[in-house]
Ligand binder design. Structure first.
Ligand SMILES: *Cc1c(COP(=O)(O)O)cnc(C)c1O
Length: 228
């Protein structure tokens, strides 16, 4: 089988997504399973935001793509404590701050490194034993401590839906994330304005519910994974 070059196909897929979302919604192309060749194709199609879920993989890709200087790198995967320092050093955004201990650790490291990525708090508003993140009650309980972490540039919330929700349920959960952000703003967290939610299967619903950033992997890069 002849291999199709990624350029044209990836360009078409990206255009299709852009045609479905308002211009102010930021598309983060999730490149965790794909090649640097495919990332270059997405870059050529105008994408500047790329999402990775493992620090080690991201570092390799960043080295290979060092000539593309204006890429914004997003850490979207769950972050082990022993990787926090590298994540802060290597990423412009971290979407997956999912516990107070990690936030506290990031606060110390950011003070040391003098580099402050934008951070999103990962919330989990539908029951899902496979995902981490604050419930609304847990987050409200941790707010006083989070507020003390003066080095953190917390700009919004991120969520991942459990699998198996229908469209209506998905819309409902996404909307509740937006409601929670609004509640936080009304309590003085004025910077909580970004909502990172929606993936290949559900980004259209997420955008309807107020997403400001969507994280799309498969729908851009399927067929161009490391393995084939
Ligand atoms: C892999 C991943 C995505 C992208 O998922 P697709 O279904 O490939 O679009 C988005 N967000 C997170 C946190 C991920 O781990």
């Amino acid at each position: 089988m002849t291999e199709v070059k990624p350029d044209v196909i990836i360009n078409d897929r990206i255009n299709k997504i852009h045609n479905q979302i308002p211009a102010q919604v930021n598309l983060v192309a999730v490149s965790k399973y794909t090649t640097t060749e495919a990332i270059r194709a997405a870059y050529a199609a105008g994408v500047r935001d790329f999402g990775e879920s493992r620090v080690q993989d991201a570092k390799l890709k960043q080295t290979e793509l060092a000539d593309l200087e204006d890429i914004t790198w997003h850490m979207i995967g769950s972050l082990q404590s022993n990787k926090a320092r590298q994540a802060i050093a290597k990423f412009d955004w971290i979407h997956s701050i999912d516990r107070l201990s990690l936030a506290e650790q990031c606060d110390r490291i950011i003070a040391e490194l003098g580099k402050s990525p934008k951070l999103l708090l990962q919330v989990k508003l539908a029951e899902d034993p496979t995902k981490s993140g604050w419930s609304e009650a847990e987050l409200i309980a941790d707010l006083p401590q989070l507020k003390k972490l003066a080095n953190l540039d917390i700009v919004g919330l991120m969520t991942i839906l459990p699998i198996g929700l229908d469209d209506e349920q998905a819309y409902s959960v996404f909307s509740r994330v937006g409601d929670l952000a609004e509640k936080l703003r009304s309590q003085g967290w004025v910077n909580i304005h970004e909502l990172s939610m929606g993936m290949s299967a559900d980004y259209a619903i997420a955008v309807k519910a107020g997403a400001t950033m969507i994280r799309v992997g498969n729908q851009i890069f399927s067929g161009y994974s490391h393995q084939n």
